[in-house]
Design a protein around this ligand. Structure first.
Ligand code: 5GP
Length: 244
């Protein structure tokens, strides 16, 4: 009994200045936090070598989960067959892209295989504020930039079960010229070195299984104290109302 109430009071009355009546400090704190602590969505950053299956996993996540938004990136690379402007990417000229960098319109950007790639800032911030989980599918250079400016993000690195499997997948996709494929394969090995900078590693041996793992990561991340404390505050508020 004793310890339970101690824990309770510690959790509800953080930083209570001594001498002030309990209800008063609680109310002041809650009024402040009600505006501060609206639950925001999770910024989920997925990276991994090309052919690891990030794109497929993203697609399945959006189909399977509620409250998710996909951040469509800008790029200066040529559209591949079947790619749609505004859906797969916003295809930009170098001039347009450099203008966006100058205007601060990008949350991060990087040069990958000789082309610019970047994440439009406003869309991501709007969706997070609406409480949606936003998924970015970006390279490690971009992910590290996001980690600096938005450390609350959740960083997941997708790896193929083996390099052989990776090579098979890229050839099978058949959307890139052979020299591009070769470049991507050698880049894959150096990209794997970034895995240690991430919060989670998911092996994509089978798409559904890998998707479920990423989905569980999102579920668990939503339970972290920093994202759920408002619930405890709400409970404390109910308790003091009853006691009044
Ligand atoms: P692809 O040309 O195959 O679509 O993408 C090449 C690489 O660029 C992939 O690793 C992909 O994750 C990354 N990429 C796609 N969009 C962005 C972005 O907005 N920012 C960064 N930094 N990388 C991106």
């Amino acid at each position: 009994e004793m310890s339970a109430s101690l824990v309770g009071s510690e959790m509800c009355i953080r930083d209570r200045p001594t001498g002030l009546p309990l209800t008063m400090t609680l109310t002041t704190k809650l009024e402040k936090e009600e505006t501060m602590n609206k639950p925001q969505g999770i910024l989920l950053v997925l990276s991994g070598p090309s052919g690891a299956g990030k794109g497929t996993i993203c697609g399945r996540l959006l189909e399977k989960r509620d409250h998710m938004a996909y951040s469509v990136s800008c790029t200066t690379r040529e559209p591949r067959k079947g790619e749609v402007d505004g859906k797969n990417y916003f295809f930009k000229t170098r001039e347009e892209f450099e203008e966006m960098i100058k205007n601060g319109g990008l949350l991060e950007h990087a040069s990958v295989y000789g082309n610019y790639y970047g994440t439009p800032r406003q869309y991501v911030l709007d969706k997070l504020n609406e409480g949606l989980d936003v998924v970015l599918e970006i390279d490690p250079q971009g992910a590290l930039q996001v980690k600096k400016s938005y450390p609350d993000g959740v960083f997941v690195f997708i790896v193929p079960p083996s390099l052989d499997e990776l090579s098979k997948r890229i050839y099978k996709r058949g959307t890139d010229a052979v020299d591009v494929i070769k470049r991507r394969l050698s880049a894959a090995t150096s990209e794997l070195a970034y895995a240690s900078k991430y919060d989670y590693i998911v092996v994509n041996d089978e798409v559904e299984r890998a998707t479920d793992k990423v989905s569980k990561i999102i579920d668990v991340e939503h339970l972290k104290v920093g994202r759920t404390y408002y619930i405890v505050d709400e409970i404390c508020q109910q308790k003091t109302t009853e006691q009044d």
